[in-house]
Ligand binder design. Structure first.
Ligand SMILES: NC(=O)c1ccc[n+]([C@@H]2O[C@H](COP(=O)([O-])OP(=O)(O)OC[C@H]3O[C@@H](n4cnc5c(N)ncnc54)[C@H](OP(=O)(O)O)[C@@H]3O)[C@@H](O)[C@H]2O)c1
Length: 252
């Protein structure tokens, strides 16, 4: 899928019941996309659906089989699939050594395993439509944030998955986009075990993150960091790794 607008396109958005996913549903609906939105909170899903004419796909993506059922239901309801926005995710902050086994598994299950299973189920449909697979990663996945080690690792996994699938699916006409937001003002922080306390980067709105996702899909972009200035840490890390490590140690 190259550059195109969204009128009439069929999109599934996971994590559509809250935050970035709900804002993306509103942004896609405003451009004429036909939507299926997934999440666990059925009441919250219905509220977003009422404003976006979306089909609701309630379910816990960490449960075995749920990602495939979600894609099958989206395809059944929409008659195919042009875009999957794999956005559902959770955070965890604190010392890595303080994480429980269950914390590690839960983050892996929803942030990476479910995203992979969703992609696997969606790819045949996206191939038929020359569609686009969108992963919502994080700047933490590009540089590894101290105090968010495992969250960073799950998002780095998504970044690698996106790179590999982009090359693998190009001959089949499927585009792959990785959107890596900085810090976004959503319920994400109250849901994880620690509120956001840093002064920088500043919180941006879910609407700004959703606009970046929408723009990336419409323009057929591969890789988007939002806000743009947060590409700097990843560039410094790639070009001047020793300097990066010195700065990271100071700022940790
Ligand atoms: N907020 C940030 O600063 C930030 C920064 C970078 C990246 N991100 C990423 O952006 C994505 C969206 O986060 P957000 O900020 O919008 O947070 P949010 O408001 O907490 O939304 C998270 C969404 O994921 C869904 N979800 C979580 N666990 C799920 C599960 N087991 N099964 C199905 N759905 C599940 C939630 O559904 P229910 O509420 O219905 O359970 C909710 O819709 C995440 O991948 C997050 O890692 C966020």
């Amino acid at each position: 899928m190259g550059a195109r607008d969204l009128a009439g396109l069929r999109a599934a958005i996971t994590g559509g019941s809250s935050g970035i996913g709900a804002a993306t549903a509103r942004a896609f609906a405003a451009r004429g996309a036909r939507l299926a939105i997934a999440g666990r909170n059925a009441a919250a899903l219905r509220k977003v659906a009422a404003a976006t004419s979306a089909v609701c796909l309630p379910g816990d993506l960490a449960e075995p089989g749920c990602p495939r059922r979600t894609i099958d239901a989206a395809v059944g309801a929409l008659g195919g699939l042009d875009i999957l926005v794999s956005n559902a995710g959770i955070g965890w902050a604190g010392r890595f050594a303080d994480m429980t086994e269950a914390d590690i598994d839960t983050l892996l299950d929803i942030n990476l395993r479910a995203a992979a299973q969703l992609a696997r189920a969606a790819i045949p449909h996206l191939q038929r439509a020359s569609g686009r697979l969108v992963f919502v990663g994080s700047v933490a996945g590009l540089v590894g944030v101290p105090g968010e080690a495992w969250y960073s690792a799950t998002k780095a996994g998504l970044s690698c998955l996106a790179d590999a699938l982009r090359a693998e699916l190009k001959p089949a006409g499927v585009g792959v986009t990785l959107v890596s937001p900085g810090v976004v003002d959503t319920p994400y922080f109250e849901r994880r075990n620690e509120p956001y306390q840093r002064r920088h980067p500043k919180l941006m709105s879910a609407q700004a993150a959703a606009d970046a996702i929408t723009d990336a899909v419409c323009r057929g972009r591969d890789d988007v960091v939002v806000p743009l200035w947060l590409t700097v840490p990843a560039r410094v890390k790639a070009s001047f790794p020793r300097l990066y490590r010195l700065l990271a140690a100071r700022l940790a």
